[in-house]
Design a protein around this ligand. Sequence first.
Ligand SMILES: Cc1cc2nc3c(=O)[nH]c(=O)nc-3n(C[C@H](O)[C@H](O)[C@H](O)COP(=O)(O)O)c2cc1C
Length: 221
Amino acid sequence: MKKVIGAILACVMILSLAGCGNSENETNVTAEADAESTDIGEETESSGSNILVLYFSRTGEQYTVGVIDKGNTAIVAEMIAEKTGGDLFEILPKEDYYPYTYDELTDVAKQEQNDNARPEYKDDLPDLSGYDTVFIGAPVWWGDWPMIMYTVFENNDFAGKTLIPFSTHEGSGLSGFDRKLLSACPDSTVLDGLAVRGNDAQNDQESVREAVETWVSGLGY
Ligand SMILES: Cc1cc2nc3c(=O)[nH]c(=O)nc-3n(C[C@H](O)[C@H](O)[C@H](O)COP(=O)(O)O)c2cc1C
């Protein structure tokens, strides 16, 4: 069963790569510099470095890394917060019905995607009026944001904010996170995102930290 799901995911990854800008140039740790970010937003008042780092991430059994007790995206989110001095906030499901095993998790995630579900999250986000810039990260699930992230995008007012997406993945890169984020939050400004291999987040943290720092600095933070 695991092999079958692995094969299906491999197909998703290949399709995702085909449809995704410069992903073929990815190294293991890649900033997607020319991702189709579009600045359509209102000017944000630049009132200092009020930065929030929002992320969703899973522990338990994950693809290629086995059982982990800190999620891949969580690791990258912490690096971003350390570099920027931003506040960290983890999106947790309201009820944690996501399975521990990888195979079962892929089934639940696929069902959510097929249903265009809006899974509920547990805690309200911090007051967004205090933040100008929000880094938003998640694992790629079936070539897309996990559906719970669409609940976050739709239930909160990101208008006028600068949003910066990041993903962890095992081959699909940024999977259009930037384009989909802008589509869900059209009155925001979406900057170039970063895609990091989940396996590198666990096992090659020095390189990932370097990539994170280069990317964040390149964005002017
Ligand atoms: C439900 C599910 C679907 C996934 N789909 C993809 C995918 O389409 N493309 C990809 O590259 N990786 C995929 N992966 C791998 C994850 O994106 C990768 O392991 C990620 O780093 C996990 O991050 P986390 O530990 O923060 O949850 C999937 C993993 C899961 C659990």
